[in-house]
Structure formats: C-alpha cells, structure tokens
Write a protein that binds this ligand. Structure first.
Ligand SMILES: *[C@@H]1O[C@H](CO)[C@@H](O)[C@H](O)[C@H]1NC(C)=O
Ligand SMILES: *[C@@H]1O[C@H](CO)[C@@H](O)[C@H](O)[C@H]1NC(C)=O
Ligand SMILES: [Zn+2]
Length: 615
C-alpha cells in the first residue's frame, strides 16, 4: 500500500546553477552529453567578467569552508542538509586494502571483466507498456511506430508465481531474482524452510565486484532488501536496515545505496524516525566508514557520479521519493539521474580492478501506482523507468568493460487493462490518453491536499474541492455523488486517494481488477540482447536469478553455506527457527517445514465472492 508521506517540503535552493557550481568545484568542463534540457555551453558561462570574479571568490569560500568543515566535524553524526558528511575527492586511485580485489587467489585469472545492471520495474505488466506507449505518442504527437525504448529491447516473458501462491508479492518475487529460488510471499531471501539463501549481490561482493542498489522507495523495502539482507517477513524493516549497513554475518556487502527510507536508520528519539528502537544506524554506519548524503543538494554534490566516495548511502526522502508526476527536479533526483550517477561512480571506482560491478535499479513506484489504481501516476512512473533504461543503454555503449542490462518485473499490480466498460450498453473501443495528460498530480497527492485543508465544514470543503482541486486534474464534469465521496472521506478523516484515482480511471476508460497484485506474465528486456540469449522466450522468474549469477560467474551456494554456518543464522536474523516458521505460517497461512513448492486449496472454491460487498 502506498504510504502517506510528507509532500514537497520546501527545500533550500542554491543560488548557483548546478552546472556552474560543478564547474567551479571541478575546474573542468562538465560533460552533459546526452542529457536533455541542459543546453548551455561551458564557455558562454565564463564570458561575463563579473561571474568570473564572483566565481573565484566562491571557489575560495567553498574550498575554505570544505576544509574547515572536515576539521571541525570529523564525527558529526547529525544529518547535514545538503552535503555528504565529508567533501569528497574525485575518485582517488584505489587503496589496495579495499575489498575490491578478488578474495580468492585461485579464481581463474583470464575471466573477462564484466558489469551487470539488473533493472526491476516493480508491478509493471504488459498493459502498463501499452498504456504508456500510447500516452507518450499522444502527448508528444509521435507516429504510431514511435515506441518506448523498452519496446525495442523486448526478449521474452517471465512467470512469477511464488512457492505458496499463484500470485506473488515483491519479496518472493525478488528472492527469485536474488537467490534464484522460489519462496513464500513476504520472504526476504529466506526459504520456505526458514533458512537464508545467499544472494547474487552477496556473492558478487565476495568475488570482488562492487555492488549497488538504486530505488525510488525505501531502501529497506522488499525488492532492494532481498539483495543484501535476510528476514522472514518483509515488514521487519528495522532489522533489514541494520543488515544493510553491515550488521550482517558477511559484514558490509553493499557499496552504494540510493533511494528513500531514511526513517528506518534514525533512532526513535529523533523526529521523523520510524524505527521501533533507539539505535542510531546513521551514527553506526558512519563509524564504519559509510558516507551519507541527503536532499537534492547532497545529490548534486556527487556531480553525477564523478565525486563519489565509497561506501555511500544517499537517502533523499524519509520513505518514498514522490511519484514522478508530483516530483520536482529541484527537490528530488529522478530515477535516471540516480542510475547515471551510480553507474558513473561504480565504473570509475572499478576502473583499475579486474572485477566490475553489480547494480540493481528499481522503478519501485510503478507498483504503488498500480496499488492505488492511479493511471495518471503510473504512465509517468513507467515513462521515468523507460528514460532510466535509455540512460543505462547509453552508458553501456560508452563503457569499455563488457556490460549487460536485464530488465524485468517481479509481478503485475492492479490487474490493469487499457479498456473499461462503464455502462450496460456495449462499450466503445477506445480509451482516452488526454484524461491522463490533463491530470497534473497523483491521486495520492490530491488526497494529501484534501486531507491538509484546514476546514472541516461540508460547505467549505465542497467549495474547496470544486474551486481548487478539480481544476488541478482538469475534471470539469464531476457529479454530485463523486464530490460527496470526496467530502465524506475528508470529514471522516480517511484518505480520498482511491476516489481521485477512480475519477481519472473512469474518464480515461482504464480498468483495474484489484488493488493488489495479479498473476499475469511480465516482460523481460535486455541490452545487448545476444548476451542474454538464455532468457529469450518464456521463463520461470528463478531462471532470471540463475542467469544473473551465471553472467557474473559467482558462487551463490558458497554464500548460502556461509550464512548458515554453525546454525547461527536464526540468531543473526533476530529469531529462532521455530519462531520464524510459526510466524510465517500464521501470517501467510502456509504450513509445512519441508520447503516444497505447493499451493493449498487450488482445487476447492471457498465462496470468496460473498465475503465482502462488491463495488
Ligand atoms: C525507543 O526505543 C527504546 C528501546 O531501544 C524503547 O525502550 C522505547 O520505549 C522506545 N520509545 C518509543 C517512544 O517508542
Ligand atoms: C484536457 O484539457 C484540454 C484543455 O483544457 C481540454 O480541451 C480537453 O477537453 C481535456 N480533455 C479531457 C479528456 O478532459
Ligand atoms: Zn513488487
């Protein structure tokens, strides 16, 4: 379910343009090739002598401030708005002690150096592609053969069921990728028998690769968590955060984490924390060498990856990064910008090592828009993901090291269909992209605006909805029943998000069958496609997991063994095995300690349709 969060807090805005600031600090031409909307040339910026003088002064101020800052705040534990805790030098040559050199001296020496970028479009089914393709053609006035970048890299499809259900959740879905094995819904790289399974990221780290995770939701959420932590239920996000910073039997396994979810790293004594206890993970992580970056200024400080010191954690939001439809570039980085920054930084850091990097990039909130049945938000999320894929493709073309990108989804969300019958009369064969284009915000954002409106009187709320809110979505024909539903939600103190989403969906004639997930197959994309031949056609999601480890040539089974060494795994996961199995059984309704893949009750019908009223 989408979490409620603080929307668009006012941000400190720098008076210096970021290009200019970048040139000042690096003294170098900033290569923006391929980036859109940043056309100004370097030399034109230096024409004005006032700017040059000012820039020289600014440079001195920044350098002096930087040095003073390092001297006076060697152990500053408070989140610094704007910048990582230590001003970074641009990628100094590697220290021979960093864990970047392969651990195993007997490893075959002439194996070719490789990078693997694995992209997950959480909750994106085939209908999301049709929706977004047509939306883009409509809004950008393109020909019908002008397709998404993803469309040009389609290689196959994936079956997504979990060990205990035909409909998977993100945790079991990501465990199939990370461990290459089926597990139960809710499992974070734990098998149905309660034991942890080694992940491709952990194995990559052990083999000497650099590793990274880039997401648009909390970094402790199911998909990223499955790569670098092990808990039996996905909501144990406090425990996940602890493992992610290195409180893990293998120590720290991740070199870079970008996304949201700062609240799970803050002690329950500080404002904005969502931890259950008073552990200050930011402090602990800094002690063990992590760099932290916050806010858009902190992101800009990384200079699109040229100024990154490892290990680095960039958490730009307490929980989710806002939907792309609501996001402002001046407040939060885009998925594409985060992806580019991560790839540039990891490539620079591994340039002298004989192993490359493994990076997982997730378009996390396509899924949230599906849960919210919000097509206006979803098309922008898919579009943002497609742009990120485009950037990854371009970076691969520029890279000297052999690199592949595989992109797939863990499951579909919402049962989306690009058609909807609204009345008993036979429906028209169409849907209206213009309705989605006219909506300027997500339903989540609209609900927040309504919830934050200070009045509760029926008349005033109704007037606010009619005069202020409906025009934002360009809804001109709201009927009394719809407005009454919004007013009721407001007065009852409930979220109106579903009502807003339904108003848009109906007008666009877009259908949804659930607020949860569905079992439909999802697409697989790759570039270059020849390097992913094993994934052409239709596959079980676990085969994608197998492909990842084989591509990197890493030993995931050895990691599994290590994680279970001495039977202590239950301890570091924070529970005894019996407790784990009991919890799993209780919350997921799945029995059996054997770990076989079964689904109970598929042959019997339980009369579910009568259980709750339908609408
Ligand atoms: C904060 O965590 C500590 C344990 O670490 C606990 O004793 C305390 O009750 C918690 N406080 C709140 C407000 O949850
Ligand atoms: C979208 O907005 C434009 C301009 O306001 C309007 O002409 C058009 O009818 C709207 N489309 C829909 C489907 O509401
Ligand atoms: Zn998911």
């Amino acid at each position: 379910m989408p979490t409620d969060r603080v929307l668009s807090p006012a941000r400190r805005s720098s008076e210096i343009g970021d290009e200019q600031e970048e040139a000042l600090l690096t003294g170098q031409h900033v290569d923006r090739k391929g980036q859109t909307g940043r056309g100004r040339g370097f030399f034109t910026r230096w024409k004005n002598p006032i700017i040059v003088t000012w820039a020289a002064i600014a440079t001195i101020i920044i350098l002096v401030f930087g040095v003073l800052y390092v001297r006076s705040h060697p152990n500053d534990d408070k989140p610094t708005p704007g910048a990582p805790n230590t001003p970074n030098t641009p990628n100094t040559p590697k220290n021979p002690n960093t864990p970047n050199t392969p651990n195993d001296p007997k490893a075959p020496k002439n194996k070719k150096k490789r990078n693997l970028i694995f992209m997950v479009s959480d909750g994106m089914g085939p209908a999301s592609l049709s929706l977004t393709r047509s939306f883009r053609q409509f809004t950008e006035n393109l020909a019908i053969d002008d397709v998404l970048t993803l469309d040009k890299h389609f290689i196959g499809s994936s079956r997504t069921r979990s060990s205990n259900s035909l409909v998977t959740d993100s945790a079991a879905g990501a465990t199939a990728f990370s461990c290459g094995l089926k597990s139960y819904n809710g499992a974070i790289s734990i098998l149905p028998d309660g034991n942890p399974c080694g992940t491709v990221l952990e194995a990559a780290k052990a083999a000497g690769y650099m590793t990274g995770l880039v997401v648009t939701t909390s970094i402790t959420d199911a998909t990223p968590a499955c790569f670098n932590s092990h808990v039996n239920m996905r909501w144990e996000q406090d425990r996940i955060a602890e493992q992610q910073i290195g409180d893990h039997p293998l120590g720290r396994v991740t070199d870079l984490m970008f996304g949201g979810g700062l609240c799970h790293f803050m002690p329950n004594t500080s404002i904005g924390s969502c931890r259950g206890d008073d552990r200050d993970l930011i402090k602990e992580a800094r002690k063990s060498g992590w760099q932290f970056a916050y806010t858009i200024d902190g992101f800009k400080y990384l200079r699109m990856g040229k100024f990154v010191k490892f290990p680095i954690m960039g958490l730009w939001a307490p929980a989710d990064i806002p939907y792309d439809i609501d996001r402002k570039d001046t407040e939060y980085p885009s998925l594409a910008a985060m992806a580019e920054t991560a790839i540039t930084a990891l490539a620079l850091e591994t340039r002298n090592s004989d192993k490359g990097f493994f990076l997982m990039i997730e378009g996390s909130r396509i899924d949230h828009a599906g849960h919210g049945n919000d097509p206006a938000a979803q098309v922008r999320e898919v579009r943002a993901y497609d742009k990120a894929f485009e950037v990854v493709r371009r970076k691969i073309d520029e890279m000297e090291t052999e690199t592949i990108v595989i992109s797939t989804s863990d499951h579909e969300t919402g049962g989306l269909s690009t058609a909807r019958q609204l009345h008993e009369t036979y429906p028209d064969y169409l849907w209206y992209p213009s309705v989605l284009a006219n909506a300027s915000h997500s339903s989540e954002y609209m609900a927040k605006l309504l919830a934050d409106f200070p009045e509760r009187g029926k008349m005033k709320v109704t007037k606010y909805i009619n005069d202020e809110l409906l025009p934002l979505q360009k809804i001109t024909d709201a009927d009394d029943e719809e407005v009454a539903k919004l007013v009721k939600a407001k007065i009852d103190g409930l979220s109106s998000a579903y009502v807003w989403a339904d108003m848009i969906s109906r007008r666009a004639q877009i259908g949804w069958s659930t607020h949860g997930h569905s079992a439909v197959d999802v697409n697989i994309y790759a570039y270059p496609p020849e390097a992913a031949k094993k994934l052409w056609g239709n596959h079980e999601n676990t085969e994608i997991g197998e492909f990842l480890r084989n591509y990197l040539d890493v030993d995931v089974d050895a990691i599994t063994k290590k994680l279970r060494e001495g039977g202590t795994h239950a301890k570091w996961m924070g529970k005894e095995l019996d407790e784990i199995l009991e919890e799993k059984e209780k919350s997921m309704g799945v029995g059996g300690k054997t770990g076989e893949v079964t689904v109970n009750g598929l042959d019997s019908y339980h009369g579910v349709h009568k259980r709750a009223c339908m609408h």
